[in-house]
Design a protein around this ligand. Structure first.
Ligand code: BGC
Length: 685
């Protein structure tokens, strides 16, 4: 009943949202007026976070308040340096795996409400760096390998948050695909790859989402650090019409000239580049101009004005968050994120009844797991719902034993053994790359359980692909559960018991072996690069170019274990009757999906565009649309997905612009990048 009431409340909340703020001419004029009245010292101080690592400098005589920010992106992590408790949502990759824009919009709104409750005006999320290798320590915070899925997920999150009047910060701009030596390794890529793969989410967030802030990354891009890179910020980001705040990542500035002229407005969290003495000296010698400084202040203040920060009371307002609604929002995402990779002999869903003895074990069985670093959030009540809690609350119909140290007796007699393993904040985290394999004691435990009982279900916590070679073929089921947040235990219990069918889909390609990923050999660091030392930094070449993830399957002739977009459920679907109708600047693609099995389930229909005779080298197919609907057993649903002209475009290096070639394109619709179920052809004129 509680859930129904809160769902209705959530629905009402959606209907009552206000439009997201946007910078108007009035905001620009107001900011210009303020800047004209600021002293040089005030201008310099406004452009750094030196007063409290997570807020801006207040200038009370001009009515400019201190604006507070917090991490991000799966809840409100901190107030200043203090780690606080707040609603802990599923991590980014889990959000992307839902393929559910509404649920992510609600998640953004929920975090926006929590921010207001804690007196935070700017949230440091979403993180949208594209997944390139399983080893990146922060994949869990991001939205996977595909620029379309990542940008749609980011857009929904940003819109939900900003409609609550809280500014979102999209990060880390750009090409921050590894944590290994993140300050020192230059990400080198060509213009087309950068635009098609790595800029896409940022660009959509600016052009369609009106995102208020952008955070640059630690790494150099083609040799120039992001926070000092005018090509990145002025020639690209600002050229897309971005009129909000660009901030540096925490301690990612290296010199004052670069920072002053590079186009980034706000240095966090100290004043290293924006040290007043250094800035004044450069102003005096004429190396930098006061206009550079004015531009920074202008951007900061016009964005503050647009979001009402110059006018409203910025104090914490606990009434801004409805705890039950937040819990529901976190639950909804946790319910749709988990991806069922394998399910043999119908081992899932679990069978009720006293005779079906379910044993749960493993290091992640009775703890709330999260990746580490600035994305690590502490649940609202300090503990959250673990998988063990969730299974226990299934009630008397289920026989569940939670075993810390499983005894061979117990294992032999179990009908099913669920082993909860994977990474956690100490093994998958910001600041370093991770191993491909789970900690060895986790893998050993799976092998040990298999010695006594073949009916093993592995529930895995991870932000990306992991090594399952030793046991993947032997266990009956594998559920990739990411870091599912404070409601994860309840959500997973609903899935394992069949109350709700799994509906998550992989937001990246699960190659099955690290070396199968074509990008892997270029990932990390060019070993013994002859010129590394000369430049005093390492280099990583994005030599796979646009052929990242599933885009590289045909190009490099390699097949994954589980393709991008893949995920099993408890029922079967049949696709039929595809048609394409010209509509607006593109086509409406319609088809029917029938649930022919015994469970209600949500089905993600994925639409890929495949150019028949491309004039330039292009991926064989690219995701350009998707929709997720509940299809009840025995019924059918019609899906209609619009493909605009951008669905057919590629980045043309000669004109430095997006281009659509006329001609035929196949439209492939199915349940993963490798599983086309219906298709048609359209002609673009
Ligand atoms: C991270 C950012 C984060 C910031 C503030 C940095 O280490 O890269 O994502 O927002 O810290 O905590």
């Amino acid at each position: 009943m509680n859930r129904i009431l809160t769902t209705l409340a959530a629905f009402a909340a959606v209907l009552s949202v206000h439009a997201a703020p946007a910078v108007t001419q009035k905001d620009k004029d107001r900011a210009a007026n303020l800047v004209s009245r600021m002293t040089l010292e005030e201008k310099i101080d406004l452009c750094s976070g030196k007063y409290d690592r997570f807020c801006t400098y207040a200038i009370p005589r001009l009515g400019i308040p201190s604006v507070r920010m917090a991490d991000g992106p799966q809840g409100v992590r901190n107030i200043g340096g203090k780690h606080i408790q707040s609603t802990f949502y599923p991590c980014g990759v889990s959000a992307a795996a839902t393929w559910n824009r509404e649920a992510i919009h609600e998640m953004g709104a929920g975090i926006g409400c929590a921010a207001k409750a804690h007196g935070i005006q700017i949230m440091l999320g979403p993180g949208v760096n594209i997944y390139r290798s399983a080893l990146c320590g922060r994949n869990f915070e991001y939205y996977g390998e595909d620029p379309y899925l990542a940008s749609e997920t980011a857009l929904a999150y940003i819109q939900g948050m900003q409609e609550e009047g809280v500014m979102a910060t999209i990060k880390h701009f750009a090409l921050n695909q590894q944590e290994y030596d993140r300050h020192g390794t230059s990400s080198n890529a060509d213009e087309r790859t950068i635009n098609e793969i790595y800029f896409a989410s940022f660009r959509k967030a600016v052009e369609k989402g009106g995102v208020g802030a952008v955070m640059t990354s630690y790494n150099p891009i083609n040799g120039v650090h992001a926070a000092e890179n005018s090509w990145l910020v002025k020639d690209n980001l600002r050229a897309w019409g971005f009129d909000g705040i660009v901030m540096s990542d925490w301690e990612s500035t290296y010199n004052t000239i670069g920072f002053m002229t590079g186009g980034v407005d706000f240095e966090m969290p100290v004043a290293y580049a924006m040290d007043p003495a250094k800035v004044k000296e450069l102003l005096e010698t004429g190396v930098v101009s006061e206009t550079d400084l004015d531009d920074k202040c202008q951007h900061i203040l016009q964005a503050f004005s647009a979001f009402g920060f110059l006018d409203k009371d910025l104090k914490a307002d606990p009434s801004a968050e409805d705890a039950a609604l937040s819990q529901q929002r976190a639950y909804n995402v946790a319910l749709e994120g988990p991806v069922l990779l394998k399910n043999e002999d119908g081992i899932l869903p679990l069978k009720p009844g006293k005779k079906n003895r379910i044993v749960l074990t493993g290091p992640n069985a009775d703890v709330i797991v999260c990746g580490g670093g600035s994305g690590n959030v502490i649940p609202e009540d300090g503990k959250g719902v673990t998988l063990a809690d969730g299974l226990r609350s299934l009630g008397k119909n289920y026989s569940v034993t939670v075993a810390g140290e499983p005894k061979p007796q117990l294992l032999k007699e179990a009908s099913v053994v669920i082993v909860a393993v994977g990474f956690s904040r100490t093994t998958e985290s910001e600041g370093s790359d991770r191993n491909y394999a789970f900690p060895s004691e986790h893998n050993d435990l799976i092998e040990k359980v298999l010695q006594y009982n073949p009916n093993v279900v592995v529930v895995a916590n991870s932000g990306g692909e992991f090594d399952l070679k030793a046991w993947g073929g032997k266990v009956k089921a594998i559920l990739l559960n990411w870091y599912p947040g404070q409601e994860g235990g309840n959500a997973l219990a609903a899935i394992l018991s069949g109350k709700v069918s799994p509906s998550g889909r992989l937001p990246f390609t699960f190659w099955g072996e690290l070396k199968k990923n074509p990008a892997q050999k270029y990932y990390g660091r060019a070993p013994k690069h002859p010129r590394s030392n000369r430049h005093n930094y390492n280099l990583t070449d994005y030599a796979e170019g646009i052929f990242l993830g599933y885009r590289g399957e045909d190009h490099f002739d390699v097949k994954p274990l589980y393709p991008f977009g893949y995920g099993l459920t408890y029922t079967n679907f049949e696709y039929s009757g595809i048609s394409a109708e010209a509509s607006g600047d593109g086509f409406d693609i319609s088809f029917t999906v029938k649930n022919t099995g015994n469970f209600d389930a949500k089905e993600v229909a994925e639409v890929y565009v495949a150019p028949v005779k491309p004039s330039v080298l292009r991926p064989a197919r690219e995701l350009k649309g998707y929709d997720k609907k509940l299809v009840k057993k025995g019924t059918s649903e019609t899906y209609t997905i619009h493909l605009g002209s951008d669905a057919f475009s590629y980045y043309d290096v000669a004109s430095h612009a997006w281009k659509v070639d006329p001609g035929e394109y196949r439209i492939l619709v199915g349940s993963s990048a490798d599983n086309t179920l219906v298709q048609t052809t359209v002609t673009v004129k």
